[in-house]
Design a protein around this ligand. Structure first.
Ligand SMILES: *Cc1c(COP(=O)(O)O)cnc(C)c1O
Length: 355
């Protein structure tokens, strides 16, 4: 056994994929399933690709598509606005990209022309979250007009991203603005936009309330892997929240005081820590540190344990409430969040185990 490790229960993940993609399908919404949160590990991409109602596979990094099987039936979608310096690789690698800069779209057109290809784009509109997307209506229309002149670009739709930078929660009125942009663009330019891409896992809660029926695509990452909607962070009852388990080994286990002895200076990260005197406690050190994961983003499954500190390679836990149930060499299991999932999948020190 190698620790620390992240274990992925593929049966639970498959359930989440089937459950949510079927539910979205029933509402007339196509799913772009997002693989960036687990660095597009092939063992997991395969599950996504085999899910019947997953219509697109999406990632934010072009490099990650190299992990995809070559024979997938889904179209590949790049989520992050492409770099001007990467348009060649973009056109070679994916079918569709989200875009917001005309200059980049023009460069994609040129490259597609030389590669004798057509590249599809979804034009991103900023409805207030203030990450990517065109903000002014006049610029949206000018950009569409210019795109329609590019022979190797297919404008297949428009989209929005919310709850990423500004943490803006989608609602009916915001998404209705997207619908109105679509209708105006279609009428002005006498074209049809097939895709109206209404956001990410934070839009899911609207399915049970009211969502404009024109929204026909969602790009879903977190909900599949963690079984939660992300507008309010609520678990989705029919889905698994424990697909992923982080496990680390106890390397020191003994009673010690809770207050460090001597003058307090700076810790390993330049912070001046403060301590509460809880008397003598059973302290355990795990072989897991900030190089592997941000300790504020993991939670021990055993609720009696409490994380009390971390440095680059060590995690210190208070085991006092569960003292007799652990010993040196045992492991402790943790639940993960979106942030810690990203961390463990990009840390080379964390083993990945697929069961
Ligand atoms: C990451 C990302 C998503 C997926 O977001 P989740 O909250 O994980 O569902 C969707 N769209 C864009 C543009 C993204 O970058």
């Amino acid at each position: 056994m190698q620790y620390p490790r992240v274990t992925v229960d593929r049966t639970k993940l498959k359930h989440n994929l089937d459950y949510l993609s079927n539910k979205l399908k029933a509402k007339g919404i196509q799913v772009a399933a997002v693989t960036k949160v687990f660095s597009a590990y092939p063992e997991l991409v395969a599950l996504y690709a085999d899910t019947k109602n997953v219509a697109f596979l999406a990632d934010s990094r072009l490099e990650n598509f190299a992990n995809y099987p070559t024979d997938i039936k889904q179209e590949k979608l790049l989520l992050r606005i492409p770099m001007l310096s990467q348009v060649q690789k973009l056109v070679e690698t994916v079918d569709i990209s989200l875009n917001s800069q005309l200059e980049t779209i023009q460069a994609i057109n040129q490259t597609a022309q030389t590669q004798n290809k057509y590249h599809k784009i979804i034009l991103m509109i900023d409805l207030g979250d203030l990450r990517e997307g065109i903000f002014e209506q006049a610029e949206i229309d000018q950009t569409v007009e210019a795109i329609l002149k590019l022979p190797h670009i297919e404008l297949i739709g428009i989209g929005v991203n919310l709850t990423c930078y500004g943490a803006i929660i989608p609602n009916y009125a915001i998404l209705q603005q997207l619908v109105e942009h679509k209708q105006r663009i279609e009428a002005t330019f006498n074209i049809q936009l097939d895709i109206l891409s209404g956001g990410n896992s934070s839009t899911l809660y609207l399915l049970d309330e009211a969502i404009p029926p024109e929204i026909n695509q969602l790009r879903i990452g977190e909900a599949f892997v963690l079984g939660v909607e992300t507008a309010f962070g609520k678990p989705i009852p029919q889905m698994h929240q424990d697909v992923f388990t982080l496990e680390a080994e106890i390397i020191e286990y003994r009673d010690k005081p809770s207050l460090p002895i001597g003058q307090v200076g700076q810790d390993a990260f330049g912070q001046k820590p403060t301590f509460v005197d809880k008397g003598t406690m059973r302290r355990g050190i795990l072989a897991l540190g900030k190089q592997d994961v941000d300790p504020s983003n993991i939670k021990p499954r055993d609720k009696r344990l409490e994380i009390i500190g971390a440095s680059s390679d060590h995690l210190i836990l208070d085991f006092t409430q569960a003292k007799e149930d652990y010993q040196l060499g045992d492991t402790v299991q943790f639940d993960l969040t979106y942030g810690s999932l990203l961390n463990v999948f990009t840390s080379k020190y964390v083993a990945k185990v697929f069961i």
